[in-house]
Design a protein around this ligand. Structure first.
Ligand code: WT7
Length: 666
């Protein structure tokens, strides 16, 4: 931290400055420094992506970089064979066997920190792989993992990868119903979960939720329970059924076992990850072994500047894609030390993250704008108490970051000495897509930057025509890339419909006629820098988490006494967006606080606490167009206390002002 030049002048300069050069101390040592990379990749496309594949160890090398014979079912590195767990562990043993692979920082309550060297990780993963195989898990069986940030989560992910069983990680904060939906959709017969965990010092029962979820699974399942709490003597009482065993029992008899990594085709599924979409049903995004791992590795190396000797810290949860790509697969494939922390950033105090950075001498920090906004609100005195000089690079992901938060992060965390990468990507893209390369590009707060080399990103209008600098339009990706999703699990049709139909000629087999649509709005500057404006579908972004409004609405109309509901995102200081629910009650039900609470509980139960409405607004009617479509835009205007847009196309314009009065009177 440099607080030597503190003062109003500096503040004023920072506030006005809109372009920042990467510091020389960084560029002097960066993994990628030659600006010619952009041109080279464009000229050599798609062969340029051999650079990503070359970061991996292949058992059989691939025949073709890209097979685009059947768009949009692209295949990458075809003919190649590899194993993700061998790439993330075994190949580092000779040189880095005694170095830390994972630094786990547990909840402060029991001081349960653990270090796993690559040697130790290898042993744990092998034993788990042997035990899972014994349980009956075969190649291509989907194993569901429903665990918080405990080391067994990445260990079991890697064990699955070792035996060729795709994992499907369900965020631990999701509800029992959400777990059941995902296990049913994936036909997953195996669940690895835990008895409970700590959150803000309290022991939480997790098994109860998992068991309730299993009640909703339509097929037979085997369950394994990691004892996070029982191991501490904090156990919640639980009787395991005949198809359930503890993780310790599963591993018993497998001490020292080794499992030969299964040879997987580059295109074999590595994992599934369910994410929210426009309709109520979550989408099972399929990622592959070769292309995904190459993408996670290449972006970790070129954007996060990861080097083996780093102690790299991403504060995300492994239950989301950020944790998959940038806590587990990317960093471990590069042989570095990756950190994972359990807990909350304000527990025991608001300097939790800074304490961790200082203690472990973290070299990178990758976090979300929602966290940065909270840090800002708590005040600069918390980071100022700590030595953060080990940091070399900062990153953000999940939602747009406003320039004020960017500058706060730059100054108070990075000490004006670390580049910031603002990385735009999605569950579906597998890894980063739009960001500056930190050793090359100038940074412009609020703008993610240019597309990575080798990517063809264009901003278009509704007709698909490219639009000029400064105008708002739609983000599109016009050429495939190795980390892309391959399809939606068991649903090729929905894959085309959700991501391609909008701007592609779906009857063509010419890849030039196929355009990927991520459903984000964006604008581009003269210099090719892209500012992402947010989702243009019915998806909202709460604290960097993606939620489908339809999913929430269907949870609300499931509550007794509710006739109809419309959900929109309203601005929120910390969360970015918050859930606003407009609700029409059924005949005979009063608009009471009790019903309001039952609605909130209903959403909590169907999805999880992150989706709970900030406000439930009762209304006798919803604003609808003449064709009966709900005008969400107006509901958003009301939630945000904005000027109302055009109401002339409404069937019931008078209702809008009524709702507005209700909200303002609240
Ligand atoms: C959506 C994807 C990528 C991992 C975490 C979220 C938004 C993501 C940025 C950014 C502006 C961003 C987009 C995107 N988003 N990163 N740097 N700037 N918006 O993954 O849950 O799949 O959500 O998050 O709207 O479509 P996800």
């Amino acid at each position: 931290m440099s607080d030597s030049d503190e003062g109003p002048e500096l503040e004023a300069r920072l506030a006005e400055q809109d372009v920042f050069e990467p510091p020389a101390s960084f560029t002097d040592q960066a993994n990628v420094t030659d600006p010619a990379i952009y041109e080279e990749f464009e000229e050599n496309w798609p062969d340029c992506w051999a650079a990503a594949a070359d970061l991996l160890e292949w058992e059989d090398s691939y025949d073709r970089v890209l097979d685009d014979d059947n768009p949009p079912f692209y295949e990458w590195f075809t003919g190649g064979k590899l194993n993700a767990s061998a790439n993330c562990i075994d190949r580092h043993l000779a040189e880095r066997g005694d170095e830390a692979a994972i630094e786990w920082v547990g909840e402060p309550v029991d001081e349960a920190n653990r270090t796993y060297t690559y040697e130790e990780l290898h042993r744990e993963v092998n034993e788990a792989a042997a035990a899972l195989r014994d349980l009956g898990v075969g190649e291509d069986d989907v194993v569901t993992l429903y665990m918080p940030m405990i080391p067994e989560l990445p260990i079991v992910m890697l064990a699955c990868a070792r035996i060729g069983a795709p994992h499907s990680v369900v965020f631990a904060g999701f509800s029992a119903d959400a777990l059941a939906t995902r296990m049913n959709a994936a036909d997953s017969e195996y669940l690895v979960t835990c008895d409970g965990y700590y959150r803000r010092g309290d022991a939480l029962d997790h098994l109860e939720k998992a068991t309730e979820g299993l009640d909703g699974v339509e097929h037979d399942t085997e369950t394994v329970v990691v004892e996070r709490l029982a191991a501490n003597g904090d156990g919640v009482d639980h009787d395991l059924g005949p198809d359930q065993r503890t993780y310790d029992d599963l591993l018993a008899g497998h001490e020292g076992a080794t499992v030969e990594p299964v040879s997987r085709d580059a295109e074999d599924m590595l994992f599934l990850m369910y994410t929210s979409g426009t309709t109520g049903k979550p989408k099972g995004v399929k990622h592959t072994t070769g292309g995904y791992l190459a993408w996670a590795s290449w972006t970790s190396q070129s954007v996060l500047d990861v080097k083996p000797e780093d102690t790299y810290f991403c504060s995300a949860d492994i239950g989301w894609i950020t944790g998959h790509s940038y806590i587990v697969y990317g960093p471990l494939a590069l042989g570095t030390t990756t950190m994972m922390y359990e807990g909350a950033p304000d527990q025991p105090d608001r300097d939790r993250l800074w304490e961790i950075v200082e203690e472990y001498e973290a070299t990178q920090l990758y976090t979300a704008p929602t966290a940065i906004r909270a840090f800002m609100k708590w005040g600069e005195e918390y980071p100022a108490e700590h030595d953060l000089s080990s940091l070399r690079l900062l990153g953000t992901v999940g939602e747009p970051i406003n320039p004020r938060a960017w500058k706060w992060y730059y100054k108070h965390i990075g000490g004006e000495d670390c580049p910031i990468v603002d990385t735009w990507w999605q569950t579906e893209t597998g890894g980063m897509m739009i960001t500056t390369l930190p050793g090359i590009g100038d940074m412009k707060p609020g703008s993610a930057g240019p597309p990575l080399p080798g990517l063809d990103v264009r901003i278009v209008d509704t007709a698909g025509e490219e639009i000029g600098a400064g105008e708002a339009g739609y983000l599109t990706v016009q050429k495939p890339w190795p980390g892309m999703l391959r399809t939606l699990y068991n649903n090729d049709e929905r894959y085309i419909e959700e991501y391609w139909a909008e701007y592609s000629d779906v009857d063509s087999d010419d890849p030039d006629d196929w355009v990927y649509f991520p459903e984000d709005g964006a604008k581009i500057d003269d210099d090719g820098y892209i500012t992402v404006l947010g989702r243009v579908d019915d998806v909202i972004n709460v604290s960097g988490h993606r939620l489908g409004t339809m999913e929430i609405e269907s949870a609300i109309v499931g509550v007794e006494g509710v006739a109809e509901a419309a959900v929109v995102g309203g601005n929120h200081e910390i969360k970015g967006e918050a859930v606003y629910a407009y609700v029409i009650t059924e005949e005979g039900y009063a608009e009471t606080d009790d019903l309001r609470q039952r609605i909130i509980d209903g959403v909590n139960e169907a999805i999880g606490p992150i989706a709970k409405p900030e406000q439930v607004i009762f209304t006798p009617e919803l604003p609808k167009t003449r064709s009966g479509k709900i005008m969400r835009r107006l509901l958003e205007n009301i939630a945000n206390d904005e000027e109302l847009g055009n109401t002339s196309t409404l069937r019931n314009p008078e209702v809008v002002e009524d709702i507005q009065r209700t909200v303002q009177g609240d």
